[in-house]
Ligand binder design. Structure first.
Ligand code: ADP
Ligand code: MG
Length: 303
């Protein structure tokens, strides 16, 4: 590891020279895939960080008891209350939300291991599938009233299709699926799609499968290219065809309580996530009309 390039603490606020376009309306995105370790958290936090650097008001809701998104965003999640208390009705999101250091407009609702009980404790509760949705609606309305409406909310799911993920899918307008370009990448996808269809039919007709992102891509391997081709073939419109390379800086960043956007903004992983974020934001300008932009920038983004 090249220690001289390490960033130990975040100083100042990161902003891009060129702002990103605001979405036509608030985008609420659930990042889900019941497989663990496919890049859900990494994608959620880095896209959120990049969009916030582009001037967009962004919130990350950490819905995984492991609290990896909270760790990567450097918020205190072990002592402070978080999404568990919100789901149980003890706090509103506004009472639990924390600012993320180093970004102009990035906030996080943290989670910790107590959330693991929620899968069980939610079962007998009234409106168990819509608890998160109701909490988010309250936050959204509050921000509209205060004249600072939100642009993006990302919900980072645990690696399962239980009640937490159902809550996330019920709350969202979009489903984003990260696909790890490795063995068995597509195994289990049909189960996820079945859950998506079920939630769409029963709980949230507005939900749309909007985005696929290829993670941990190693273009030298045949397998990675085969996985990418498969997604390209079946989801040409939904795929953001800028693969995120497997890159060591991306995996180091959470250990410093950071996203790769502040940890090493010029590293290949950060540059790729920035390009994906810009494309994602461009598509959001016309989210409902299915217009897909093919212009994106890869370099020279960081102010
Ligand atoms: P999930 O949330 O789906 O469980 P993570 O985002 O936590 O997956 O990623 C799993 C592991 O892979 C983590 O240790 C993360 O740091 C690492 N990782 C994710 N994306 C990359 C990448 N592009 N390059 C290298 N390591 C990565
Ligand atoms: Mg995760």
């Amino acid at each position: 590891m090249d220690d001289s390039r390490e960033t130990k603490t975040v100083v100042g606020v990161r902003r891009l020279k060129e702002a990103m376009p605001k979405p036509s309306s608030l985008r609420i995105i659930t990042v889900a895939n019941q497989k663990g370790g496919v890049g859900k958290t990494t994608t959620a936090v880095n896209l959120a960080a990049a969009l916030s650097m582009g001037g967009l008001r962004t919130v990350v809701i950490d819905l995984d008891p492991q609290g990896n998104a909270s760790t990567a965003l450097g918020v205190n999640h072990l002592e402070n209350p978080g999404i568990y208390e919100v789901l149980m009705g003890d706090l509103t999101i506004s009472q639990a939300i924390q600012k993320v250091k180093g970004f102009p407009s990035l906030e996080c609702v943290s989670s910790n291991t107590s959330l693991a009980q929620a899968e069980i404790e939610l079962v007998p509760l009234v409106a168990r599938e819509t608890r998160l949705k109701d909490a988010i609606e309250e936050l959204v309305q509050e921000r509209i009233n205060s004249g600072e409406p939100l642009d993006y909310i990302f919900i980072d799911c645990p690696p399962s299709l239980g009640l937490l993920t159902i809550n996330a899918l019920t709350s969202a307008k979009e489903l984003l699926i990260p696909i790890q370009c490795e063995y068995y990448a597509l195994e289990g996808l049909s189960q996820l799609l079945k859950t998506f269809e079920l939630v769409k039919k029963r709980l949230n007709s507005a939900l749309k499968l909007s985005t696929f992102i290829l993670t941990m891509f190693d273009g030298r391997t045949r397998l990675a290219n085969d996985v990418a081709d498969e997604i390209r073939k079946h989801y040409p419109r939904e795929l953001i065809d800028i693969p995120i390379p497997r890159a060591v800086r991306v995996s180091e960043a959470p250990g410093f309580g950071q996203t790769v956007m502040t940890y090493d903004a010029s590293s290949p992983g950060a540059v790729a996530y920035m390009a994906v974020a810009r494309e994602f934001a461009d598509r959001g300008k016309a989210f409902d009309s299915n217009v897909v932009s093919i212009n994106y920038k890869r370099e020279g983004e960081i102010a």
